[in-house]
Design a protein. Structure first.
Length: 235
């Protein structure tokens, strides 16, 4: 995957990360402070101007799946081998690159697709040739075409693709810990990563009831009492 695409992907996934550190540095008051960053707030920010549009129009836009209400072509398309490619060609130059890459340079001067507004008005007709081109090729073939043409495109990974990705492996995003049943169990590594005091996973999750004796014994229960609880399926 090209650096251009990774930058686009990361910018979508981490809308607030770039502002936390500068804001904290600006404070520099000698006292620590809490960074209040729940899951809901940054997810809402991804919606962009939806709240403003609703106030302006008092209209709830219909659900469009992976499409965009504001730009076209921008969608997720299935490949010949059952995988998926995400395309973002919202700016004019990118749309023109995409049309040339799929062998449809004629769409550039077509009045239905000449501008982004035109493409949104004719979104089905704009999407169709892109979808047909991608559907006729495997994931690898499609990505090769778009990377050569410098089109913003990326695979939409299933889990098998994610854990096999060279970037994911190089970053060691997925780590393996010993497991009694599976031999080892994959899980995500510690995030965020700190240069001076990096976190580490000490152990995988315990088996159900693994520490019953240790915990209940520490509370003063005898071995006989713990066995009785176990026999009565209380623990």
């Amino acid at each position: 995957m090209s650096a251009r695409v990774w930058d686009d992907v990361i910018s979508l996934l981490t809308p607030h990360h770039d502002v936390i550190v500068p804001t904290a540095i600006e404070h520099r008051g000698g006292e620590g402070q809490v960074i209040d960053l729940p899951l809901l707030d940054p997810i809402f920010s991804i919606l962009g101007p939806e709240a403003a549009l609703y106030k302006l129009t008092q209209r709830i836009e219909p659900r469009v799946g992976s499409r965009s209400n504001n730009t076209s072509p921008r969608n997720v398309y299935e490949t010949k081998d059952g995988r998926f490619i995400s395309i973002s060609a919202s700016i004019q130059t990118m749309a023109e690159r995409l049309f040339r890459a799929i062998g449809r340079a004629d769409m550039i001067d077509d009045p239905r697709f000449r501008t982004n507004s035109d493409r949104v008005k004719n979104i089905d007709e704009c999407d169709r040739p892109v979808a047909e081109f991608i559907k006729a090729r495997t994931l690898a073939e499609g990505l090769a075409v778009f990377e050569a043409a410098e089109v913003t495109a990326a695979p939409v990974y299933d889990i098998d693709q994610f854990i096999a990705d060279p970037h994911v492996r190089a970053r060691e995003i997925v780590t393996e810990l010993p497991d009694a049943d599976m031999g080892s169990v994959p899980m995500h590594a510690v995030v965020p990563r700190l240069s001076g005091t990096p976190g580490d996973i000490r152990t995988a999750a315990p088996a159900l009831g693994e520490h019953n004796n240790e915990i209940l014994g520490g509370l003063g229960l005898t071995s006989a009492a713990i066995d009785d609880l176990r026999n009565r399926k209380v623990i």
